[in-house]
Design a protein around this ligand. Structure first.
Ligand code: NDP
Length: 386
């Protein structure tokens, strides 16, 4: 039987890797819906090539262009946030949630409410609404499968085990492009240097998050929600080779690790056919060529974002939403050349100190809080640039 797939964020790095796998195994998958923000030509091309039934562009002004691109086909074109949610809640069996940022939260929640199997790459959605999402999934029967390579590794190591038998989760981090840079060198880095990740080819936002190591902070929060493990039992270890994707230590002292090449198609393939395994054409990990595995302690002085994320998770309530929103604004400002690299974490810290909001009790409240935190962070960027 074929599995019906919707890809939210089909034109991005994760979206493209997902399409690559799906198109290589046409007997296993049927693409039912694809979405993008503004990359309308790519979306139309992908929809036609895969025979998708629905193509959704988030920017409503681009709907005429999408319709034009789909002329002569039976593919339905739609636009805007309601249509994005419909793509997520429609006929797909599995929804690949690969929109970047909190912008993906509403469509992810639509998929969760509809009881779908949700392959979750969009970590920001879980960071901002973790408890609400898990509650909704428990009520609807939705299954969340982690796509992030670290969480996918932990998911594989746990193999369904939870509770007292699990002692510790160990998230590995490559350390990013500035692992060995001094604070002085990091003060001068350019956006081009920050997005040039040594091991992974990814979208711009997550590449900068990897460079500041906020990515690992977001992943700490993500791991807490996905696996129900408290933050004090989740460690971060720098592993520059990105071969061990993460580990679990069990109560008896055993440790299990998942290894593989630095290619997101491996964890994506795992979730696409879970609990079965599909064959991929990915280059195999050559242990003899790799030769060694190194591990180092993370440096929270040069990379304060990890500490900020841990503090935000500990504070709970509104803090993870503020952390994420301020980070999204700061990363965009850095990529635009408006602030320097070290300002990203500094700005997130100032936003966390400045905002004392009650915990959001609904997704609508998360969205209002996210907007408020973005406004605060944007004001800080403007002051900084002035
Ligand atoms: P990209 O920037 O490459 O792609 C983002 C996708 O989301 C694009 O399809 C983009 O459309 C769409 N999008 C962006 N903004 C909006 C919006 N406001 N509304 C609707 N759609 C939007 O990101 P990545 O693929 O790198 O990352 C996606 C998610 O997966 C992130 O949360 C990231 O943290 C996570 N992740 C990524 C990994 C990677 O290797 N790339 C690894 C692990 C996790 P358009 O092209 O039109 O702009």
């Amino acid at each position: 039987m074929t599995r019906k797939i919707a890809i939210l964020g089909a034109t991005g790095s994760i979206g493209r890797s997902t399409l690559d796998l799906i198109e290589a195994a046409p007997d296993r998958f049927e693409v039912v819906a694809l979405t993008a923000a503004s990359n309308v030509d790519q979306l139309a091309e992908d929809a036609k090539r895969t025979g998708a039934k629905l193509a959704v562009i988030a920017d409503e002004a681009l709907l005429p262009q999408l319709r034009q691109g789909l002329t002569g086909t039976n593919i339905h074109a739609a636009a805007g946030s309601v249509a994005l949610a419909e793509a997520a809640a429609g006929e797909a069996d599995l929804v690949m949630a690969a929109i970047v940022g909190c912008a993906g939260l509403e469509p992810v929640m639509a998929a969760v409410h509809a009881g779908k199997t949700v392959a979750l790459a969009n970590k920001e959605a879980l960071v901002t609404a973790g408890a609400l999402m898990l509650d909704a999934a428990a009520r609807s029967g939705a299954t969340l499968l982690p796509v992030d390579s670290e969480h996918n590794a932990i998911f594989q190591c746990l193999a369904g085990q939870s509770g007292d038998g699990v002692a510790r989760l160990i998230l590995t981090a490559s350390g990013g492009p500035f692992r060995s840079s001094t604070a002085e060198e990091m003060a001068r880095v350019t956006p081009a240097q920050a997005v040039a990740h040594p091991n992974w080819a990814m979208g711009a936002k997550i590449s900068v998050d990897s460079a500041t190591m906020m990515n690992k902070g977001l992943e700490l929060i993500e791991a807490h929600y996905l696996f129900g493990v408290p933050a004090e039992r989740i460690d971060i270890v720098v592993h520059p080779q990105s071969i061990v994707h993460s580990l679990v230590e069990f109560a008896d002292g055993s440790m299990l690790a998942q290894l593989g090449p630095s290619d997101m198609r491996v964890p994506i393939a795992h979730v696409l056919t879970w609990p079965e395994r599909m064959a991929t054409q990915v280059d195999r990990l050559d242990l003899l060529a790799a030769g060694r595995l190194d591990f180092e302690a993370p440096d929270e002085v040069r990379f304060p974002a990890m500490r900020l994320a841990r503090e935000a998770l500990g504070a709970g309530g509104a803090a993870p939403v503020v952390l994420n929103a301020a980070n999204e604004v700061a990363v965009a400002a850095f990529l635009d050349g408006a602030i320097h690299f070290p300002d990203i974490a500094a700005l997130v810290e100032r936003a966390l100190r400045a905002m004392h909001e009650p915990a959001p009790r609904s997704i609508d409240e998360v969205i209002v809080l996210d907007a408020k935190a973005r406004a605060v962070a944007a004001r800080m960027v403007a002051e900084q640039g002035a």
